[in-house]
Design a binder for this molecule. Structure first.
Ligand code: FAD
Length: 209
């Protein structure tokens, strides 16, 4: 499945600069697709898809994409101005409001802007340029795998620890199971249980060959 993240110049330069995958200057802009207006952007997205066809099963934009994009933006902008997202209900849950209320990357910019009714939405500019990033599924880390206990010992199918065998990180079943608690939720556990595993492994008696 491919998803197209589309944003305007204000988002690129002011609000979210440096927040991946938005360009932060310097090297590494090749994943960003630009267009002076929405029609050009749609054409350029499709041209990029043509180049990626061998890796996407030949996925291309439907002929209606350009018009649907314009309609979607008109609707989005109306929701943003009214503060009520009738489609996806952004802002209604506490976790919607946690990150968008972070201080802006450019300190002079006030956020949420005065009079804003919804800190998770801001109308896209009526004028280009616009930008797009193709988002595709990738592997973040694992959910399945061997289970460990609090001492980072790997457990067998009966829940008993296997002597001398420790695990941490992506090669074990995540201690948080199918939840992502927040930033660092996987690296944090990998480091903590890796540390515990290392200390315990070091205490094991030396094995003879
Ligand atoms: C794009 C992306 C963004 C992420 N962002 C975050 C984040 O913001 N916060 C967070 O907490 N987590 C994040 N994660 C997840 C986090 O990076 C991983 O969970 C973590 O790095 C796993 O560490 P690890 O040491 O278990 O495995 P890895 O880092 O995968 O290390 C395994 C190592 O083993 C080596 N290896 C593999 N096979 C062999 C072999 N046969 N012999 C010898 N060596 C071998 C590999 O080359 C690799 O170096 C992100 C992951 C991705 C992909």
């Amino acid at each position: 499945m491919l998803v197209f993240m589309i944003y305007d110049e204000r988002t690129a330069r002011l609000r979210w600069q440096n927040a991946g995958p938005i360009y932060s200057g310097g090297e590494g802009k090749s994943h960003i697709i630009d267009g002076t207006d929405l029609d050009e952007l749609a054409r350029n997205i499709d041209m990029r898809l043509a180049k990626l066809a061998s890796r996407t099963g030949g996925f291309r934009l439907d002929a209606s994409f350009g018009e649907n994009l314009k309609r979607t933006i008109i609707k989005f902008n109306e929701f943003a101005r009214n503060g009520v997202d009738e489609d996806f209900h952004r802002r209604e849950f506490a976790y919607d409001r946690e990150w968008p209320t972070f201080p802006p990357t450019i300190p002079e910019e006030e956020w949420p802007p005065q009079g804003s009714k919804n800190c998770t939405m801001y109308p896209l500019s009526e004028k280009g340029p616009y930008h797009a990033v193709i988002l595709a599924p990738g592997t973040l880390d694992t959910n399945g795998g061997p289970i460990i206990d609090a001492q980072a010992r790997i457990l067998d199918t009966h829940g008993r620890s296997i002597k001398g065998l420790y695990g941490a990180g992506n090669c074990i079943a995540a201690p948080s199971a199918n939840a992502y608690w927040g930033g660092g939720g996987t690296i944090g556990q990998a480091i903590v249980f890796g540390h515990i595993a290392g200390r315990n492994a070091a205490k094991e008696p030396e094995k003879s060959a």
